[in-house]
Design a protein around this ligand. Sequence first.
Ligand code: SAM
Length: 287
Amino acid sequence: MKTTRGLNARKTEAREYQTPVSGIFFTVKKVLYTGRSRFQTIEIILNRDYGRVLLLDGLVQTTERDEFYYHEMLVHPAMASHPKPEHVLIIGGGDGGALRETLKHPVKKVWMVEIDGQVIKACREHFPWLRPSLKDKRAELVIADGNVFIEKTAQKFDVILVDSSDPVGPSTVLHQEAFYRRLKSRLKPGGIIAAQAGSLMLHQDSHARKSVFLKKIFRHSGLYLGPVPTYPVGMWCYNFLSDRVDPLAARKMRLPEGLRYYNPEIHRAAFALPNFLKERLGSGLSK
Ligand code: SAM
């Protein structure tokens, strides 16, 4: 059965995220889960090439086959750049991949703040890697809007990871200046934020728009890149934000065993930006 389900085009603000005009397709071998929550439609399908695929509002969030590309590049550049990350906050991340990677580090506590409990329920059932992470004594799952959580919490964090969906619906607020100012106020001195930032080619307006306010808020603010085969154009961007930590400063990196994608060479290469993007951002990492 052929279906256009799973076009990996992504929606969000302005023209860049209107109804998809390009993408890839997934033939559905089996529908494992389908439901609608207060926030979005949730589907988990089985595909011959990518295994289990999570879709929110018809858009690819994670696939069993390539999720490690994304989760390792979201989590480890920040965790490995911080001298001793003890308290970590994950905003979003309902599929659990970011939590799994974070718990590979000797952290004291990780809060995962996911707005949609139904995503967690569906992923706990169909993505085996989520269960052990949720059972880990160091992990605390909070079902709440990440923006409201950081407004209310008195806790401060060494590393904050924003594993949000695109800036539509519940996730819109997680891509705005006010949210990043609030995030900064919850960082401990020397703290680091890493956030998924969208497609290298399709979301340049949003990169340019965000880089203007991020450079005002953080001393070190820049993009780094990593491939995610099932995301638009297969090359994804992430923000690295900190007042004290320069991600390219030489340091001994303490890396967990068994990483499948990330290593110190990949780290350095990820911050090398193509000229067209540097021009859009005005010379990449700000000092
Ligand atoms: N890797 C994926 C990506 O780059 O699009 C993101 C995956 S993860 C499943 C995204 C999660 O963010 C979803 O489970 C969604 O429910 C959650 N989310 C969206 N808006 C949120 C908010 N305001 N607060 C907390 N979680 C939110």
